[in-house]
Design a protein around this ligand. Structure first.
Ligand code: HAM
Length: 452
């Protein structure tokens, strides 16, 4: 009996994996340019971490988290997102003593959502988290990083920016919003009604057509921001303007996780349909403290790899070719032996090549060369072995060029290295840029607490 995979959890087959590797390679390169270093944390964490970190009232924790008891001991969860685990690791290893840190991660996340296009139960995120800096220029720089990443992949995405306030302005706004929503209950959908008590801000996220007039007329948090949050948002905007990153302020942008303060942002794409967010993030200046660490501001984002792959596919972008440089086609037993030897020689020199150990009809071997995406096919038989000469046949155009077998390694090594070279390979920042503080002073949490 065949066993099917779990609903909402997908296989990514080799042809598609090439695209994923490309998305991840470019991410690593861009993140290195901005000074982010990779962290790897477990897929399983204490369930309590997410209840406390992401918020008990969120759908992610309340409805969608995979929770299980570990043999009657502890309640564990498959991580629904990467921020809480990264913060846990940051605190557990005392990383804060080293000052500000920029980390990134990639890997699978799990949410028991209703699967649909672009929404899965296992999905993959690439995320960045920056700790220890409350200044708004970090927000602008991080958003610019993401814009830079999309630009390098040739992806067009729209940036929506908002401020969700902080502890000094949000409570009063929430009370006002709740009172307004309660008064208009009858005009709102069942989902909205359920959220009014549990998570009123999320009501603003409802996409149901009939709810829109009520939500459009709802009190606006942007109009109720405290001076500190307003100044912060203005500085983020100024930073983005300076960096040439286009954005749209969207007062109704709210996020599905409770840890955000001030900056919240999302990149959306028309190519995605109803699940239009390809990336989202924001500030979480209280999260490290909430999870038991010292007061440490933070900001981060995560992008969905499945959704990014969908955008690239929709734009007609083929995954990068991964085929070998050459495929040996053996004409006889002598050629088969020579092919085996030459393949070993090429691989030792770092040139990818392949052959079909079954030998067989040459036409079938040429087909095989085509199927694996080889750049060249090279026929080897007794004649080539004796003369030391062969013909490299371009698998696509069928053009041929003569080659001395003794020069094969050199020739193929040269042509492989003349391909599109990676333009940005930075192990760490080359230059640290120091700036005199020229911007208007901004009200940061540290300053407000009188610690600066
Ligand atoms: P999020 O908005 O829940 O934020 O997820 C980020 C991205 O992950 C989404 O924009 C989407 O592309 C992708 N994603 C989320 N759920 C699914 C799903 N069920 N199927 C496919 N893709 C999905 C976070 O997770 C925060 N931890 C981001 C963050 C990092 N904030 C601060 N630091």
């Amino acid at each position: 009996m065949k066993i099917a995979g779990v609903k909402g959890m997908n296989d990514v087959l080799p042809a598609e994996v090439a695209r994923w590797q490309e998305m991840e390679r470019v991410a690593r390169e861009v993140f290195a340019l901005y000074g982010y270093r990779e962290v790897r944390t477990p897929v399983v964490e204490p369930a309590q971490l997410f209840a406390r970190g992401v918020g008990e009232a969120t759908d992610i924790v309340n409805k969608e988290m995979y929770v299980f008891e570990d043999k009657g001991e502890e309640l564990l969860a498959l991580r629904p997102e990467g921020t809480a685990g990264t913060v846990r690791a940051f605190i557990e290893h005392g990383a804060y003593v080293e000052g500000p840190q920029k980390w990134f991660y990639l890997g699978p996340m799990f949410r028991r959502e209703r699967p649909q296009k672009g929404r899965y139960r296992q999905f993959h995120q690439i995320g960045c988290e920056a700790f220890g800096i409350a200044e708004p220029f970090l927000d602008a720089e991080q958003i610019a990083l993401l814009a830079d990443y999309f630009a390098r992949l040739g992806v067009v995405a729209t940036l929506k920016l908002n401020s969700v306030g902080d502890a000094s302005c949000r409570p009063a706004y929430l009370a006002k919003l709740k009172a307004y929503l309660v008064g208009r209950k009858a005009e709102l959908c069942p989902d909205c009604n359920e959220r009014i008590e549990r998570n009123p801000l999320r009501v603003l996220d409802c996409k149901v057509e009939a709810c829109q007039p009520v939500l459009n007329a709802a009190p606006k948090l942007l109009e109720e921001l405290c001076d500190g949050c307003r100044a912060h948002l203005d500085q983020v905007k100024a930073g983005l303007d300076a960096l040439g990153v286009a954005y749209r302020v969207d007062g109704r942008l709210v996020r599905g996780l409770d840890y955000y303060v001030r900056t919240a942002y999302e990149f959306t794409s028309d190519a995605l349909g109803s699940q239009s967010a390809v990336a989202g993030g924001g500030r979480y200046d209280r999260l490290v403290e909430t999870l038991g660490g010292p007061p440490t501001p933070g900001i981060g984002f995560a992008l969905g790899e499945e959704r990014l792959a969908m955008i690239l596919e929709k734009a007609g972008r083929a995954p990068p070719a991964t085929g070998p440089a050459v495929f040996f086609v053996s004409a006889d037993a002598e050629g088969a032996m020579e092919a085996l030897r030459r393949a070993a020689e090429l691989r030792k020199a770092g040139v990818a090549c392949d052959l079909d150990p079954r030998g067989g009809k040459m036409k079938a071997q040429f087909k095989q060369a085509e199927r694996v995406g080889a750049r060249w096919a090279l026929v080897l038989g007794g004649e080539e072995v004796r003369s030391g000469q062969g013909k490299l046949k371009d698998v696509k155009t069928r053009e041929e060029k003569a080659v001395a077998l003794g020069e094969l390694v050199e020739l193929l090594r040269r042509s492989a290295s003349s391909g599109p070279a990676s333009t940005f390979r930075a192990p760490g920042p080359w230059v640290a840029i120091y700036s005199a503080r020229t911007s208007a002073p901004v009200d940061t949490p540290r300053r407000r607490e009188g610690k600066s």
